[in-house]
Design a protein around this ligand. Structure first.
Ligand code: HEC
Length: 154
């Protein structure tokens, strides 16, 4: 009987752990921001990682536009794939639990878009087609930036 009770307690603790983990995984570690947006609270190194990923996205955008403008699809492929899903693999499990679900899925979809742009350029897509894809992707950059900011934990 005693071991039965212990088993139930263990099971409840397990369920509780999963529930807490799921809660954070969906909601992330967030608080009110300084300018009406929601702030995601991170360690300095985690914030630095995300911001460097962001600068990578900006330079990919610049590289894609430059390539299209010069009719150099190899340049487009190189610029876009540098900001593809390979970059997203750097995030640690701890960081993943701090990021809200919506931010994670928007972020992933932008990296996926970059791979799609590289693939389209490789398949001889036209310049207007590449620009349309990039324009759709930039809509996601704008959407995410209007919702979240990053804050360093005290
Ligand atoms: C899933 C959300 C999300 C998406 C998508 C996103 N960003 Fe960001 N980005 C952020 C957040 C959050 C910050 C920090 C903003 C703040 O703290 O005010 C940021 C900051 C930046 C910065 C500043 C970097 C620095 O060093 O300070 C740049 C540049 C940037 N993003 C570019 C982009 C570009 C270009 C895209 C699209 C190709 C993009 N971002 C898509 C969330 C996102």
């Amino acid at each position: 009987m005693k071991s039965n009770k212990l088993a139930i307690i263990a099971l409840l603790l397990w369920v509780l752990t999963i529930a807490v983990f799921a809660w954070f995984f969906i909601r992330g570690n967030t608080t009110a921001g300084t300018d009406g947006r929601t702030a995601v609270v991170l360690q300095v190194s985690e914030r630095d990682l995300i911001l460097s990923e962001m600068r990578g996205l900006l330079s990919a955008t610049q590289g894609i536009l430059k390539g299209v403008n010069q009719g150099d699809m190899q340049h487009v492929i190189k610029a876009a794939s540098a900001a593809g899903m390979v970059v997203a693999a750097d995030a640690s499990p701890a960081l993943m639990t701090k990021l809200p679900m919506e931010l994670k899925s928007l972020g992933m979809s932008v990296h996926r878009d970059m791979d799609e742009i590289a693939k389209a350029a490789d398949n001889n897509a036209s310049a207007p087609e590449i620009l349309q894809m990039l324009s759709n992707t930039l809509t996601k950059c704008v959407a995410c930036h209007s919702i979240w900011q990053l804050k360093v934990a005290n």
